[in-house]
Structure formats: structure tokens, C-alpha cells
Ligand binder design. Structure first.
Ligand code: SAM
Length: 314
């Protein structure tokens, strides 16, 4: 039997749901097509993908590892300021990535809970048929008009790690669209990294100038993060609160590895100078192994859409 025959029979044998994969298997010397979101992972509202990072298995593994590190550090998916007990809760995760936050949140919730993920690409999400029935994925750009069916729809909107999405140091257009998704009195939780308040730490005597140089390329000038609480309160939200979380040195290597991977993805995909970057990356990795780490505090804002009697949901 030829190589593709082996692949084909293996694929058929691991099929769990009675469908044969034979017809979908490509010949081993052909390049399989990437299937688009339409009819595959979700609905498409707008499909353009100028994203600076990658969407392959390494990128996905990074998101997955990162998610569990976040959860371990915060100790929650949704902050206790937000009531999640309603059986018919409607939750959106915008810029959902591989959807891991949403899938984690879905666990233990009744099927009546409605969960929607939005992203410019669903290439990182598992097949729709394998998602819990109450999770729905949509291709949507956060800067585009909010689809009519989702205006004022959600009790909770969650967004995490969209620093690179914020344009011109101004989160207002994003806040305005997230607000449109919320019902009056609905909550927004926005989780970010503190790209200014981050630091390099080393054990005594270890140099970290390569790690520092590498990381300075990721370090931002995102001053909007220091004003976001006030910006929220001035733009249709109320009671906005910022919570800060910092990991200890015992967790530093785990986080640093994630940030090294982020940088590698960024260098390969966006800097377009991977050769020049590789030496820096190798040296930074040696410094990491010797006892140097990137320390990045985490920021979580909790805020509420103003609930004025008689006000329009917009
Ligand atoms: C760093 S990932 C974070 C993924 C996820 N929120 C998490 O924390 O695991 C950023 C995500 O933002 C998405 N994204 C980038 N630009 C976007 C836009 N204009 N509208 C919606 N999503 C966008 C990317 O496709 C990517 O999945």
C-alpha cells in the first residue's frame, strides 16, 4: 500500500463520529487547502486577516499554555465582581483566538448558557462539530459594525490580549463596539499584559542584555492602559475598576518561555528579519536557561455598561 493509503486507513480508524475521512484526505504530494470559516468553523461577518502573529500549531500551543497560566495566576475566568449565575447567561469572547477561554468557561454551565466567540480568523479553533452545542463562533472584525442580531445581546463581554489590535494608542473605537454588544447593565472584562510596567529579573550574576534587547522589541508604548479606567467611565461605562496581578519568581520561567515564543512568532511573521533575529533569540534563550526571566504584570479591567432607564442600547 502507498503512503497515502496508509494515511487514509489510519485517518478512517481514528474517526469518532461514523464519518469516513477518506474523501477528505489529500494525496501525500499535494498541499491541502486551508478551509475557510464559512461552513467550517462558524459564520462569517467579515473576513480579512492582517494579524501579526501566526495561526499554526506552535501559535496555538502558545495560546493554550498562556490560557492556563493566566487562569492559574488570576484564579478565575470571570472576576467575582461579575455575576455569572443566570441560567440563560449570554457571554461573548471577542478576539477569541483558539476559543480556549470560551471552552473553559463553558465547562459546568447549563446548556441554556449562550456563548459566542468572535475573531477575524477562526483558523485556530477546532471544528465546529466538536464544539459544545452552546458555543458559536463568528468571523468578525472588532472595528466593523456590530451585527444587528448581537446589538444589546450580551450580559458579559470578555476580551483578552488585544494590545496589538488597539490603533493609535486609542481604545475608544473598540470600547464603543464592545458596548454595543452589551445589554444595558451588562459587564465588560478586559484582560491585558502590562507592556510598560514589565521588567527583566535575573539570579545574581547572570547577564540578560540579549533578553532585554529582544523583549524591548515587544515592549509597547501603550499608555492607554494607564488611562483605560477613566476612558471607560467617560465612554458609556460605569464603576470601572482595574485589578493588577503579578506572578512570583517561581512561575517566571513558565511565563518567560511563553513570551520568548511570542517574540519568535513576531520575528518570523512580522519583522521579516528572522536570520538576524535568530542569534539574538539563541543568546536570549541561553540567558533564560542561566536564570533570567521576563516579568509581565497582568491587568484586568471590570466595567459595566451604563444602565439608564429608557436609554437606547447603543
Ligand atoms: C493574542 S491573541 C489572543 C487570543 C485570545 N483572546 C486569548 O487570550 O487566548 C489575539 C487575537 O486577536 C485577534 N484579532 C486581531 N485583530 C482583530 C480584529 N481586528 N478583530 C477581531 N479579532 C482580532 C487575532 O486573530 C487573535 O486571535
Amino acid at each position: 500500500m502507498g503512503e497515502s493509503g496508509n494515511i487514509s486507513s489510519l485517518s478512517t480508524s481514528i474517526c469518532e463520529d461514523g464519518y469516513s475521512l477518506d474523501s477528505g484526505i489529500q494525496e501525500s504530494d499535494s498541499v491541502p487547502e486551508v478551509r475557510t470559516a464559512n461552513g467550517w468553523n462558524g459564520t462569517t461577518v467579515e473576513a480579512k486577516d492582517p494579524y501579526a502573529l501566526m495561526r499554526d500549531c506552535n501559535a496555538n500551543s502558545r495560546l493554550t499554555a498562556q490560557h492556563y497560566l493566566w487562569r492559574e495566576l488570576l484564579g478565575f475566568l470571570i472576576h467575582s465582581d461579575i455575576d455569572t449565575r443566570a441560567a440563560d447567561l449570554r457571554v461573548a469572547d471577542v478576539a477569541t483566538g483558539n476559543g480556549i477561554w470560551l471552552q473553559d468557561f463553558a465547562r459546568g454551565k447549563p446548556p441554556s448558557t449562550e456563548l459566542h466567540g468572535f475573531d477575524i480568523s477562526l483558523d485556530q479553533v477546532g471544528p465546529k462539530a466538536w464544539l459544545p452545542a452552546n458555543i458559536h463562533m463568528h468571523v468578525w472584525n472588532i472595528f466593523d459594525d456590530v451585527p444587528d442580531e448581537f446589538i444589546g445581546f450580551f450580559d458579559i463581554v470578555h476580551v483578552r490580549l488585544i494590545t496589538v489590535v488597539v490603533k493609535n494608542n486609542d481604545p475608544r473605537p473598540i470600547l464603543a463596539n464592545l458596548r454595543k454588544l452589551l445589554r444595558p447593565g451588562g459587564y465588560l472584562q478586559w484582560d491585558e499584559v502590562d507592556t510598560i510596567g514589565c521588567a527583566i529579573k535575573t539570579v545574581p550574576g547572570v547577564s540578560a542584555h540579549n533578553l532585554d534587547e529582544l523583549f524591548s522589541q515587544l515592549r509597547g508604548h501603550d499608555t492607554w492602559k494607564y488611562e483605560l479606567t477613566q476612558i471607560m467611565d467617560e465612554n458609556g461605562y460605569t464603576g470601572s475598576t482595574l485589578y493588577t496581578y503579578e506572578y512570583g519568581l517561581g512561575m517566571a520561567r513558565f511565563w518567560s518561555d511563553v513570551y520568548m515564543s511570542t517574540w519568535k512568532e513576531f520575528a518570523d511573521n512580522a519583522l521579516k528579519t528572522p536570520e538576524a533575529s535568530r542569534k539574538l533569540e539563541r543568546n536570549a534563550m541561553v540567558e533564560t536557561m542561566n536564570g533570567a526571566s521576563i516579568m509581565v504584570p497582568k491587568l484586568v479591567w471590570v466595567t459595566k455598561k451604563i444602565d439608564t432607564a429608557g436609554e437606547s442600547v447603543l
